[in-house]
Design a protein around this ligand. Structure first.
Ligand SMILES: *Cc1c(COP(=O)(O)O)cnc(C)c1O
Length: 732
């Protein structure tokens, strides 16, 4: 799928930002004048690090800090990555540090100061600052709302300012001076993870929350505004910096009051910059990171080379030193990134091949994207998708499907039971997750721990939820004729009573349609009466002054056959996976919906059997002539129904049909390949999907077995690996 890269501007500035950091460490303009150097490295280049903090804020922290539903997993992964980069960098600079005598009088407190705040080498403060800042914000989240966090981070930054550019003022007040002095025994500067990083992380969070106007008519005007605001604030910040310098206020020169607006407007400018076609930003990310890590080593190497060769320009002329460092760092980083990408790709390929070694499900993420887009187009703007990812996402692999859907902007899911919700959360899936089924009270703690919403299945169940006592998010189920779960719609008093239970936070109310296939007038009338009863319940709520929670009733068929019955959510399951329950219904939407799943397996063994011989368990199959049969690595335990035994089912091998021979076993199935040339061990057999010109659809299977596609799909076993093909490439 061709998606515009909304973040092209951000990606384009990554490498220049890294080069600015190189400038800070080489002072290129020092050859001209101190002021020119000050402007470049202590004013302009100060944008670079906050820019990187903002990216982390927007793409890593934003969801976790602003949503109750977001698990910590993504941040945990990011922290681990930072730790690895920091570790590698420490090892890289250890010899230089030892040579330069940095660690001569090392004590434990000093080591702590170095590792946690200052960085073990002069430029490495960035990694610990990231980690400390992130952990601090996650801690703050426990006590503050997002506004409180903004305020706290702002105060910390202000405190940091007076230990940095404005230290001259703090110094004049003895009490403040002694506090800062005490602080400086724990960290050498206030530009660290405690004082500086949090505010810029939150700037990134803020940028991520702003609605994108790309593609709208307003974008030119907004872009112009952002440029103007940036120019003005940057001018003012330059004045601020030079004034502070003039009055000799600065203890250090990393933090300015106006750096915050400057960076925000600058980032906005980049966000509103012209779009490119989608492109993976992996190279930019990696090259800028590697430049950042290695450039001091290149500076050291250049000095060394100058000493040895006697050619002193690189050491003495800072402009030459900068140019050489920048070019060499870039070149080295580029080469390293290319090598890393090769390694990554070949590893990725190998991993994919590994998954396809026995029986596997292929998930076409482009097809999923297509279906999501199509269904969203049918739904009115204010009705959001709440995909049903129960039963392992109808056999497709719940974590895979849910994370694909998250990237497509889905922020609510429904599952059948608590354990399914827990599994998704543990894999890092955010957004609201509604449990549609019954949850035993012993599992109520899990609902809380994993931020899952529970369905109130009837009023007796509401009492159990009440007895639990602790706060729980719930959606109230209403029975309007399915007679499965939900409180009966007529029981108004009972329904109102549920709203009065103190510990229940009622986020939604819903019903389920039981006859929404298009099957004639009786079905239509029944469905309309279900809808009418449901809306009578909603009217009752209004009459009693109860704020209406989110409302939903449609599943897949409801969306297609009764578009007018939409609410705040549509709980779409089967249609998202590109089929409907029967072949007939599916055919109607063939142009619009694309099947997401294929099921494939490997030929384990090929052999001849002779007339009169039987094959498989029992004597259900006897060969009438010499024939060639293949054993496939799939059985009923993998979800290939035993009902397909003895020619009822077939698979595709090399584009030809191979009917099932004998009884389907638990782990293997025999098929007739007499008519197919060259079948050999390791060949792919398609159970559901396309092989050359032929196709076996899940609808064919369902029809043959007298069931619906939902059953076939959801019974595909755990043992089959799930592999994603095509790439709906988006950012995490
Ligand atoms: C399974 C389920 C859905 C999804 O149904 P599809 O027909 O697959 O779209 C919606 N709501 C409830 C209550 C369900 O159990």
């Amino acid at each position: 799928m061709q998606e515009k890269n909304r973040y092209a501007g951000i990606d384009a500035f990554r490498i220049p930002a890294a080069i600015l950091v190189v400038a800070i460490h080489t002072s290129p303009f020092a050859v001209f004048s101190d002021s020119a150097d000050f402007f470049l490295t202590r004013v302009l280049a100060r944008i670079a690090v906050p820019f990187f903090f903002m990216i982390t804020g927007q793409f890593v922290l934003s969801d976790y800090l602003t949503e109750t539903w977001e698990p910590f997993v993504k941040i945990g992964k990011y922290l681990k990555k930072m730790l690895v980069f920091y570790g590698i960098s420490i090892l890289l600079y250890l010899p230089i540090g030892i040579y330069a005598g940095h660690y001569k009088n090392l004590t434990i407190p000093l080591l702590f100061k170095m590792i946690v705040f200052d960085g073990t080498f002069y430029h490495l403060w960035y990694f610990p600052a990231c980690m400390v800042g992130i952990l601090l914000l996650c801690l703050l989240k426990r006590f503050f709302t997002i506004r409180g966090m903004y305020a706290a981070a702002g105060l910390l930054y202000a405190a940091g300012l007076f230990g940095d550019s404005y230290y001259g003022l703090a110094e004049k007040i003895p009490a403040a001076a002694s506090i800062y002095e005490a602080g400086f025994s724990i960290w050498s500067y206030t530009r660290n993870g405690l004082f500086m990083a949090p505010v810029f992380f939150l700037c990134g969070v803020y940028a991520g929350r702003c609605k994108s106007c790309i593609g709208s008519k307003k974008v030119r005007k907004k872009r112009f505004c952002a440029c103007l605001c940036f120019a003005v604030s940057f001018l003012l910040m330059t004045a601020e910096a030079f004034t502070l310098r003039y009055f000799d206020m600065q203890r250090h020169d990393s933090m300015y009051a106006l750096l915050i607006p400057v960076v925000i407007f600058f980032y906005q400018m980049l966000l509103l910059g012209p779009c490119r076609k989608e492109k993976d930003s992996w190279m930019e990310r990696t090259v800028s990171l590697v430049i950042y890590i290695i450039h001091p080593a290149i500076i050291v190497a250049l000095r060394l080379a100058a000493k040895v060769s006697g050619f002193s320009a690189p050491a003495e002329n800072s402009l030459v030193q900068f140019a050489l460092t920048a070019v060499l760092s870039y070149a080295a980083a580029y080469v390293i990134a290319v090598i890393l990408r090769r390694i990554r790709q070949s590893r990725e390929r190998k991993k994919q091949e590994m998954l396809k070694s026995r029986t596997w499900v292929e998930i076409d993420s482009d097809a999923l994207g297509n279906n999501v887009k199509f269904i969203r187009n049918i739904l009115p703007e204010n009705c959001k998708l709440m995909p049903a990812v129960k039963a392992n996402a109808y056999g497709h692999g719940d974590v895979k499907i849910a994370s694909c859907l998250r990237r497509m902007g889905v922020d609510a899911f429904c599952v059948a039971c608590v354990n399914e919700g827990v599994r998704l959360r543990r894999a890092g899936i955010g957004g609201e997750i509604l449990v549609l089924g019954y949850t035993h009270p012993v599992q109520f703690d899990l609902l809380r721990r994993y931020c899952l919403s529970q369905t109130v299945v009837d009023s007796a169940y509401a009492k159990q939820l009440q007895l639990y006592g602790k706060k729980l998010h719930v959606h109230i189920g209403i029975d309007t004729g399915m007679h499965r779960l939900g409180e009966r719609w007529e029981n108004t008093e009972e329904i109102l009573q549920i709203f009065r239970i103190k510990n229940l936070i009622v986020d939604g109310i819903y019903t389920h349609l039981s006859a929404d296939e298009e099957k004639g007038e009786a079905n239509r009338q029944f469905t309309m009466s279900q809808a009418a009863h449901f809306s009578m319940v909603l009217d009752e709520l209004k009459e009693h002054g109860i704020r209406q929670p989110k409302v939903h009733m449609q599943a897949s068929y409801g969306v297609f056959n009764y578009p007018a019955l939409c609410g705040d959510y549509a709980r779409v399951g089967i249609a998202l996976y590109g089929v409907l329950s029967t072949g007939e219904d599916t055919a109607e939407w063939r142009e619009a919906l694309k099947p997401v799943l294929s099921l494939k397996t490997r030929v384990a063994s090929v052999r001849e059997i002779y007339a009169g011989e039987t094959a498989g368990y029992g004597f259900s199959f006897t060969a009438k002539r010499t024939m060639k049969i293949a054993a496939l690595s799939i059985g009923y335990a993998d979800g290939f129904p035993r009902m397909l035994s003895n020619g009822k089912g077939a698979v595709l091998i090399r584009g030809s049909i191979a009917p099932v021979v004998g009884m389907v076993c638990m782990d293997q199935t025999l098929v007739d390949v007499t008519e197919i040339a060259d079948v050999c061990t390791g060949d792919v057999a398609v159970v559901i999907g396309i092989s050359q010109e032929k196709e076996i659809s899940v609808c064919d299977l369902a029809q043959r077995l007298g069931t619906i596609t939902n059953e076939i799909l959801s019974r595909i076993g755990e043992r089959a690996e799930r592999v994603t093909i095509n790439g709906f490439r988006c950012r995490n």
